[in-house]
Design a protein around this ligand. Structure first.
Ligand code: PXP
Length: 239
């Protein structure tokens, strides 16, 4: 089985800063510690309302990062322009609603296909890999392949919300989706709601190459520090 990459989503560090509209804690420092902990990738979501990550964070992280950088964003013209200027290694397109607490549900790639195709083409032409954050559904996987995405990130929220005792069906759906995506030559990532406690069965899905995890790692980091929190998650991701 291939080694599994870890992307650490640092948005929650920026959320804490923005609660006070101050300069700390700095998500850029967090990104550097994530690297020190051994993560493969720094992930952040630059939201249209800038509720946590700011343009300044994106600029500094893109200058300083030694590891991969993955920018989550809505498929808007503004975000496309920023991504083309900052040139992250990859972009993950996500749906965005202003009132949501976090990204709820995956993209609907069956609507607005033209816009998704335009963004994907522009980013790919400049050498940025593009993933679609989607629910584990066959119709969405087929649409992602047709539009030309390099990868899908499977939304693991349903699995996480089911709870460990009740997650058998959700886990089977994740495994089937991963298999199907690989058949369509899509790279397979996964994320949302993954924790130190529920990650193990997901790690064992062989087609998954990358996990993006935020809340659980940053929560643990409050008590043990970012480097250790990252190292402990990497330990649980060994196949
Ligand atoms: N992947 C995507 C596309 C996301 O939007 C998020 C949430 O920001 C995550 C992964 C990480 O989710 P969590 O914070 O629940 O680990």
């Amino acid at each position: 089985m291939k080694r599994l990459r870890l992307g650490v989503n640092i948005d929650h560090v920026a959320t804490l800063r923005e609660v006070r509209k101050t300069i700390e804690p700095d998500p850029v420092s967090a990104a550097m510690l994530v690297e020190q902990g051994g993560a493969d990738q720094i992930t952040f979501h630059l939201r249209e309302d800038r509720r946590h990550i700011q343009n300044r964070d994106v600029r500094l992280i893109s200058e300083m990062a030694q590891t991969l950088v993955n920018q989550e964003m809505a498929a808007t013209a503004e975000m496309q322009e920023i991504a083309l200027a900052m040139h992250p290694d990859s972009v993950t397109l996500v749906p965005e609603k202003r009132e949501e607490l976090t990204t709820e549900g995956g993209l609907n790639l069956l609507g607005d296909t033209k816009r998704y195709s335009e963004v994907v083409m522009a980013l790919k032409e400049s050498g940025i890999k593009v993933a679609a954050f989607i629910d584990p559904e066959l119709s969405q996987i087929k649409a992602a392949a047709k539009i030309g995405f390099d990868a899908i990130e499977i939304h693991t929220g349903e699995y996480a919300n089911a709870g460990l005792g009740n997650s058998k069906d959700a886990l089977r759906i994740l495994g089937d989706a991963a298999k199907m995506a690989a058949k369509y030559n899509l790279h397979v990532h996964a994320g949302h709601g993954l924790t130190y406690h529920n990650i193990h069965p997901v790690v064992l899905i062989p087609e998954i190459e990358e996990l993006n995890i935020g809340h659980s790692i940053i929560s643990r980091a409050v008590f043990v520090g970012i480097e250790r929190a990252v190292r402990e998650m990497i330990e649980l991701m060994k196949r």
